[in-house]
Design a protein around this ligand. Sequence first.
Ligand code: ACM
Ligand code: ZN
Length: 600
Amino acid sequence: MKRVISLIITILCAMPLFGRGVVNIIPEPAETSLMAGEFIFSDQTRLIAKGAEALQNIEFLNAFVQKRFGFMLKSGSGRNCITIAMDAQSENEAYKLTVAEKGITIIGGAAGLFYGVQTLQQLLEGADSLCAIPCLNINDRPRFGYRGFMLDVGRYFYPVEYLKRYFDLMAHYKFNVFHWHLTEDCGWRIEIKKHPELTRKAAWRSSTQITYEGGSDHIPHGGYYTQAQARELIAYAAARHITIIPEIEMPGHTLAALAVHPELSCTGGPFAVPTLWEKGRWELEDDIFCAGNDGTFAFLQDVLGEIIDLFPSKYIHIGGDEAPKKQWKQCPKCQTRIKSEGLKDEDELQSYFVKRIERYINSRGRQVIGWDEILQGGLAPNAAVMSWRGEEGGMEASRLGHQAVMAPHQYMYLDYYSARDRSIEPVALGGFLPMEMVYGYEPYGKLSPEQQKNIMGVQTCIWMEFVHSEAHLDYMTFPRAMAVAEVAWSPAARKDYASFLRRVHRELATLDRIGVLFRIPEPEGWDSVRVENGEAHIALTPPVEGAQVLFTVDGRDPSAYGAEYRHPVRVAVPADSLSMKCVVVLPSGRASAVYTMKQK
Ligand code: ACM
Ligand code: ZN
């Protein structure tokens, strides 16, 4: 019988064999100490929950076990147990995970238990073929309390089920804020009961721009979230310790709203919901909410009132970025407002706008957060700043004693290109942000110790100008989001890119197994193939555990003619005619683009 059980375990846990004692966790925990021995996980392992929070986490763990191994763990006692216990003294997000031969224990705060379970899942994924987890102690807590992710569903609508899957993945890497960019020039995505025309009309457009030069697909696109769906997502996220911060853009990026309320613009319209940018080039829309019209504020209070009723988050994001002042300069109402309020210019008019909105949001017991342009003309008294144009906005806000989130586009915008060779990448708005650069971001880099105190944390953003499918969004998100996770969670002193890459290899094998369509990285060593004395010295590491690398050195297509890379080789080639190509094929069968080595 014992042999049968052990055979079953071996089959159920059919995972690739790799070094025992290697612990692969992303993000890297604050402290890990390995010890002698192993815990053998099997269908005979039992579960113990201590406290209501623990019970919920047992359910998460069992749902994972069921999906991964095909069985559910029963509750029990004694040896061979996984115990999850709430510790009322613990910081909310901290946990301790102990793996001993006799059992596994996770103790921590309410969120910490959830994070401990995520860590344990990664240990189980990375265990060897006997499902043996090395004995260890992990003492973990986040570096930053705000670990954010923004998706721009304004430009492109993603359905509720996809967002839930996205939240699962975010939570797995210990992100805890989802910033939901709900309104844009080219789409309004949240139901407002008092203004049903917003979702009846402004959630839809006739076509979507799909090439940089202005080519459109001529396919109507749209969609919106009902308030019931928003509630469902808020609860789903909250169960995974993710707070959703809704964003309603103002005064700019608002053409969709103005298409149904042209009377709230400076010119009176008419406007249509744009397909992206109508001018065939990247340029901001000039038409924004009129700051001289009291109707604008009445409308926005209606909207924000319902948003506040719906979302329990402390912060309400009011946008504030990229608002051209062209129309305000020419608008009699805006100019009258500038005079009557004693304002200096249109920057101060924007500040007036934000402060007036802030008074309403504060009166409802919430706080404003906005993009760093809200600093222009004077920051509203209680507002927090999201620093995206660089780090300066965050530093300035912090210097003024305001809270800030660091989201500098140079490091945190995952809609930027992953590779220099744009010909093999899906079209993007621009930028170049390889994973190593994301990983290297140090949020405190330029900040004085005093300024650091006001930095809540970091956030990554994905804008959807050209990201128009779930597959494409997966591609832009992973693996770079793992680097963001480590920036946000792990102590600076624990960061190590070589170690991170090894862990990414393992983690990508998991994502491949569960169907996440991440960008398959180039093999490591790809850019450092040397050619000496007519021989190419090829030493590669597959970028995903268990993946095959097929390569050619004569320019032919590696998918059809490639040799399988198994170990370092020297291949005779005339030094001046090496034309090396490769393709990476995952265990699932999915293949990368064809990567071409640049001759040095
Ligand atoms: C932004 O990227 N416009 C916030
Ligand atoms: Zn105006």
